[in-house]
Write a protein that binds this ligand. Structure first.
Ligand SMILES: *Cc1c(COP(=O)(O)O)cnc(C)c1O
Length: 341
C-alpha cells in the first residue's frame, strides 16, 4: 500500500476528505448491514430531525502507526459504549458495540493510505456519528437514523513542544444540572460556540466550566477533562454527573496508579483548592494532555508553579507513558490496543 503524498508534519486539525466512509441506515426498527462508500455527501429531507431538533451525537478517536509498523486504534470499545449511553439519553437506537468497532476498523483499513507514519506526530482522526434523518415536525424522536464513520488525517497537536495554555473561568454554563453534560451530543457543542469564540477574542485558549448548580466546583472545559497534580504528587480529577467521561482521563488515571504508582483521587474539586495545585492539564483524544499554565478568574490569576514554558514533571510523565503505550513503545494493558489487520 502506497501512502498519500501528504506533508504529515505540517497537517493542522482540519477536515480532509479521504477515500471511503462507512454508512449504516436504521429503518423499520433495525439497522441494515452497512457499507463503505466513496460518496462523502449526505442528502436528506429539509425537515430531518437532526436539522430541526438537533438529534445527533458523535465520538472521536484516533488510529496511528506503532513503532513496529502496525496500524492500531486506542480503546474503540469504550467509544462504542459511550455512544450507546449517549444514544439512550437522546432516544436514538443503539448501534451495537461490536459493529461499531468493526465499522471503525473497516474505515481505517479502507483509508490505510491516509494513516500517518510512525514518528510523524500526525494521526488519523476517526469520527463516528449518528443522526435522526427522517422528516419530523412535531417534537419527537426520528424513525430513521444514519450511523456513519469517516476519518481525516490530522497533524501533531503540539508543533514544537507542548506549550502551556491560559484558560479563563467561564460565566456561561456548559451543561445544566441533571442535563446532558455527561453525553457526547452535538447540542452540548452548539451552545458552547459563543463562549469559546468570546474566550478566544479575549485572549484565552479555553473556558473552565464550574458546576452549574453552585458554581463552586470544577467541571471541565468545552472538550476536555481536568487533571490536577498536588504538591505532594497526588493526582486529583473532578468527579461530577455533568462531566463527559473522557476515555483519555480514565486511561491516565489507570496509568497513574498502575504504571507510575501515584495516588489518585477522583472526587469533587472546589475551585478554591485549585490555587494550591502544582500542575494542571486537560485530557482528551486530540492532545492526550494539554498543560495549563494559568487560570484567569475574572482578572485574578492562578499561575501554576510548572510555569508557562513546559509541561509539569508529573504531567509529562503521564503524557510520555500513555503515548508510549499508544505507540507501542510501552506494553499496553490487555484490550487497550486494537490492531487493524
Ligand atoms: C470528547 C470530550 C472529552 C474528551 O474525551 P476523550 O474520550 O478523552 O476524547 C472531554 N469533554 C467533553 C465535553 C468531550 O466532548
Amino acid at each position: 500500500m502506497e501512502k498519500k503524498n501528504i506533508d504529515w508534519g505540517n497537517l493542522g486539525f482540519a477536515y480532509m476528505q479521504t477515500d471511503k466512509r462507512y454508512v449504516s441506515l436504521y429503518k423499520d426498527g433495525k439497522w441494515d448491514d452497512g457499507v463503505l462508500t466513496e460518496d462523502a455527501t449526505i442528502q436528506m429531507n429539509e425537515c430531518a430531525c437532526v436539522l430541526q431538533y438537533a438529534q445527533t451525537c458523535f465520538e472521536g478517536l484516533k488510529a496511528y502507526t506503532t513503532e513496529n509498523g502496525h496500524i492500531v486504534c486506542f480503546r474503540p470499545d469504550l467509544n462504542a459504549e459511550r455512544m450507546s449511553d449517549t444514544c439512550k439519553r437522546l432516544e436514538m437506537p443503539v448501534f451495537p458495540v461490536e459493529r461499531f468497532v468493526d465499522a471503525v476498523a473497516q474505515v481505517v483499513k479502507a483509508n490505510e493510505a491516509y494513516v500517518p507514519p510512525y514518528g510523524s506526530g500526525a494521526t488519523l482522526y476517526i469520527r463516528p456519528y449518528m443522526f435522526g434523518s427522517d422528516a419530523i415536525i412535531g417534537v419527537k424522536p426520528a424513525n430513521e437514523y444514519q450511523f456513519r464513520v469517516f476519518c481525516t488525517p490530522v497533524g501533531p497537536y503540539f508543533k514544537g513542544g507542548a506549550k502551556p495554555i491560559t484558560i479563563r473561568v467561564s460565566d456561561v454554563d456548559r451543561a445544566a444540572p441533571h442535563g446532558t453534560g455527561h453525553i457526547k451530543a452535538g447540542l452540548n457543542y452548539a451552545m458552547s460556540l459563543y463562549n469559546i469564540v468570546d474566550a478566544h477574542n479575549k485572549g484565552f485558549d479555553e473556558n473552565m466550566y464550574l458546576d452549574p448548580a453552585t458554581r463552586t466546583k470544577v467541571e471541565e472545559t468545552g472538550g476536555a477533562n481536568f487533571l490536577f497534580v498536588t504538591k505532594d504528587n497526588k493526582i486529583v480529577t473532578p468527579k461530577s454527573p455533568s462531566i463527559l467521561p473522557s476515555i483519555t482521563r480514565r486511561s491516565l488515571v489507570y496509568v497513574a496508579k498502575e504504571y507510575l504508582g501515584l495516588e489518585v483521587e477522583e472526587r469533587e474539586v472546589y475551585f478554591d483548592e485549585v490555587k494550591d495545585f502544582a500542575e494542571c492539564g486537560l485530557c482528551g483524544t486530540a492532545a492526550v494532555i494539554s498543560p495549563v499554565g494559568k487560570i484567569n478568574d475574572h482578572g485574578k490569576e492562578i499561575c501554576f508553579p510548572s510555569g508557562m514554558d513546559d509541561m509539569g514533571p508529573v504531567t509529562k510523565k503521564l503524557y510520555d507513558t500513555l503515548t508510549g503505550i499508544q505507540m507501542g513503545r510501552i506494553e499496553a494493558p490487555e484490550g487497550w490496543i486494537k490492531v487493524i489487520e
